[in-house]
Design a protein around this ligand. Structure first.
Ligand code: ADP
Length: 266
């Protein structure tokens, strides 16, 4: 609490009492703490690649570096630059969402087609790990959202499922109705998330295993961005998971229309 006080005077200006104001500053304090944590996180995330790049370039500047090593070091430098640029673009996107600068172009969208397109693009990535990918929908569904935003969210979630699933696993996307929503479930039989971490995976920069996520190119911002976007479309996103067994990400979007004909499952 912040306390302010002032004397209370009567009309003859003599002091008759004391006015005390207690101001609850818990919220301000929490915001300030969050801001500090955020800056600390960003600094740390940028410092890691910078340190790596610096040490590799210093080595490269010494003469007599073997050609094979040169190539290896340059590859690392290139990857670290990519990581920084992913981080910066994720941060920019979050700050645009925070300041409501993102202009969503909402329109009627045929979700079946959007998901089918994403899956066929990501099949190449899944094939490299021999992960099977399927899409099942009982009907053709329409929602009202921004197309690029929706593509980004589904892409992010499906890529996570591929990343956090071992070779020979599966990723299934199922779509059905839960009035007034159309529900898309992304199910994998991957490494899962321990119970104690589950509530925090939507937090900015939260990663269950920092090392593993970083090796896989993650920024720890993907799920928090996905949540902001889905909520901007009046939808919901939830995650259920069992450690070492698998994960289900459930995305609910406003149901605009459904067409009761068999969809072309892929
Ligand atoms: P990252 O860039 O690290 O993937 P995200 O915000 O997308 O960040 O996800 C946060 C964390 O949640 C990840 O670091 C990972 O530990 C965990 N996670 C997300 N999706 C899955 C999944 N399908 N299976 C297991 N863990 C997951």
């Amino acid at each position: 609490y912040k306390v302010k006080y002032a004397p209370y005077r009567n009309e003859n200006q003599s002091i008759e009492g004391l006015i005390i104001v207690y101001q609850d500053i818990t919220q301000e304090h929490n915001l300030d703490k969050m801001r500090k944590e955020f800056v600390a996180n960003v600094s740390h995330e940028l410092k890691t690649p910078i340190t790596t790049i610096k040490s590799y370039t210093e080595t490269l500047m010494i003469d007599d570096v073997d050609e094979a090593y040169k190539k290896k070091f340059l590859t690392v430098i290139d990857e670290e630059c990519d990581r920084m640029s992913r981080l910066v673009s994720d941060l920019l996107q979050l700050s645009n969402i925070d300041y409501k600068k993102t202009k969503w172009n909402k329109e009627k969208l045929y979700i079946n087609e959007i998901i089918e397109d994403i899956i066929s693009k990501l099949k190449i990535m899944a094939n490299e790990k021999n992960i099977s990918m399927t899409f099942n929908s009982d009907k053709n569904y329409y929602t009202y959202a921004d197309k690029d935003g929706l593509i980004q969210v589904f892409q992010n979630i499906i890529i996570n499922s591929i990343k956090y699933t071992e070779n020979n696993g599966y990723v299934k996307v199922n779509m059905t109705k839960e009035d007034p929503y159309v529900v898309v479930e992304i199910i994998d039989n991957g490494i899962g998330i321990p119970k104690e971490d589950i509530d925090r995976v939507f937090d900015r920069f939260y990663r269950v295993e920092k090392g593993r996520s970083r090796d896989l190119g993650g920024t720890g911002l993907g799920l928090s961005i996905a949540k902001e976007i889905i909520e901007a479309f009046d939808g919901k996103i939830q995650i259920e998971s069992e450690n070492l067994t698998g994960t289900i990400v459930k995305i609910k979007l406003p149901l605009l229309e459904e067409i009761i004909q068999e969809s072309d499952n892929i």
